[in-house]
Design a protein around this ligand. Structure first.
Ligand code: ZN
Length: 472
């Protein structure tokens, strides 16, 4: 069967001029409306690679996002549209690490970056202690630029494995310094605390050091969208102290939406910056909090973050349409939480109503509600939880809440999750709060994508990228 390596055009408008005049705003009108244009293989050599990761995405999560988008917008997700149009190479990927069938994000992204499986928890260190060269170096040596974009802290495991080496993934202050030393060109996401003199363990003002090295510092959505014509070649965008807020909270809270860009907005800015290098680039874009929605068994958070990730597939399509010499890979590093829609009612007839009404009714993540509990009195919080989750807090629950608040950690979020009960309200249930070991979805298009087999190991992507970019 012949693969077609370039999906349909989304827009005839020039990508960069469109993003400049539209202030980089995402336009749903551009999504998926093109008729399928069959294009031949452009050969095996790519100028650039866009690597899209929905971190911790079960196939169940992927399915839920598509069902919910149909309900809300009468559209399929971009990812499903690619399959409907037979427009891409598709594979299942085995995600194991060196020491477990169930990987963590550090070992998973290191497998892509180096082609070698390592133990969970390490970033580009082999089980025997030897240091492995991350792909950033090889891409840089080829004259290309590199960029990392994520909704997590920018120093979190998935982006870090493209450029850093640490034996323990928690060494995020070190990762922040390595990005500067190794000259990663574009860094956009959360995690300002690992760059600030006030919160770094060593007290070093890394933001100032980045600026001294020629990076433009961006600290709000407004700064990202309105950079003007200066066209910095290097960007450090830090939009939140830790992970960016979930999309569901961004959608509901104007003050978050004003401060924090969407993943697609960050991706567009990264592309317009990296595009200045005529030799090309490697850009990794991560919907990193899909994974956190899985860990937290938070159905509202996971559906909306998966949809925010899906917008990036449209951006990649649009870009690759304008620049056919671009290899695009879309996948996840592992499942998380075992998120699945289950049949509800006699003959499962109540499934659809339960799911759609249940998701429509959710107006906040458990994490967001936990984050505001200490800034409100009991009645205010009770009213907020009623409004956002349709959960009643009676006197007995109020007592439990007081205990959970004192306990700290995720105790409040865990209580809210148990009271909300996603299985009863939406039909969505979970196998655990851990990563899972399933084979995962992968698709790709552009030069070199035909080399991807139908069933691959995570390590197999490394030579695919290396060959496409002709890395030595
Ligand atoms: Zn995880």
């Amino acid at each position: 069967m012949k693969n077609i390596h370039h999906p349909a055009p989304i827009s005839r408008r020039g990508f960069l001029s469109a993003s400049a005049t539209a202030g980089l705003l995402w336009s749903p009108a551009l999504a998926g409306c093109g008729s399928l244009e069959i294009r031949g293989d452009e050969g095996e050599e790519a100028r650039s690679v866009i690597f899209l990761v929905a971190d911790g995405m079960n196939t169940g999560t992927w399915t839920l996002a598509d069902y919910y988008l149909q309900h809300r917008s009468k559209q399929r997700t971009e990812w499903v549209q690619l399959y409907q149009q037979n427009a891409v190479t598709r594979a299942l990927m085995e995600t194991c690490s060196a020491n477990s069938r169930v990987t963590d994000s550090a070992a998973a992204a290191s497998a892509w970056s180096t082609g070698i499986r390592i133990d969970n928890g390490a970033i580009n260190f082999a089980p025997d202690g030897s240091e492995l060269e991350p792909i950033h170096r090889r891409v840089q040596q080829s004259g290309r630029s590199t960029g990392l974009v994520t909704t997590t802290r920018i120093t979190h495991a998935t982006p870090a494995a493209f450029a850093a080496n640490v034996k323990v993934r928690g060494e995020e202050d070190t990762i922040a310094r390595q990005y500067l030393e190794r000259e990663v060109d574009v860094l956009l996401g959360g995690g300002e605390k690992n760059f600030s003199a006030l919160t770094r363990a060593d007290g070093i003002d890394l933001k100032q050091q980045y600026q001294a090295a020629g990076y433009q510092l961006l600290q709000s959505r407004d700064q990202l969208l309105n950079m003007g014509e200066e066209r910095a070649k290097r960007l450090l965008g830090l939009f939140w102290p830790s992970h960016l807020p979930y999309s569901i909270d961004r959608n509901q809270q104007p003050e978050i939406a004003q401060q924090v860009p969407t993943l697609a907005e960050m991706m567009r800015r990264a592309l317009s910056t990296l595009e200045q290098n005529r030799h090309g680039f490697l850009l990794q874009v991560e919907g990193g909090r899909v994974d956190h929605g899985g860990h937290g068994n938070d159905v509202g958070a996971i559906v909306h973050d998966q949809l925010a990730f899906d917008e990036c597939i449209a951006v990649a399509r649009e870009y690759s349409q304008q620049h056919p010499e671009t290899l695009v890979i879309v996948t996840t590093d592992h499942g998380c939480g075992g998120c699945q829609l289950n049949g509800v009612g006699s003959g499962y007839r109540d499934t659809d109503q339960t799911f759609f009404a249940g998701i429509d009714a959710i107006g906040a993540s458990y994490e967001y509600l936990q984050s505001v509990v200490s800034s409100m009195d009991a009645d205010q919080f009770k009213a907020l939880v009623q409004q956002r989750l349709q959960v009643e807090i009676d006197d007995k629950r109020q007592q439990q809440l007081v205990v959970a608040r004192a306990k700290g950690g995720y105790a409040v979020a865990n209580l809210l999750r148990s009271w909300h009960d996603s299985y009863a309200r939406t039909g969505v249930n979970w196998t655990s709060g851990n990563h899972t070991g399933e084979f995962v979805e992968l698709c790709a298009w552009g030069p070199g994508s035909a080399a991807i087999g139908q069933w691959i190991r995570n390590t197999d992507l490394h030579p695919v990228i290396g060959r496409a970019l002709q890395l030595s």
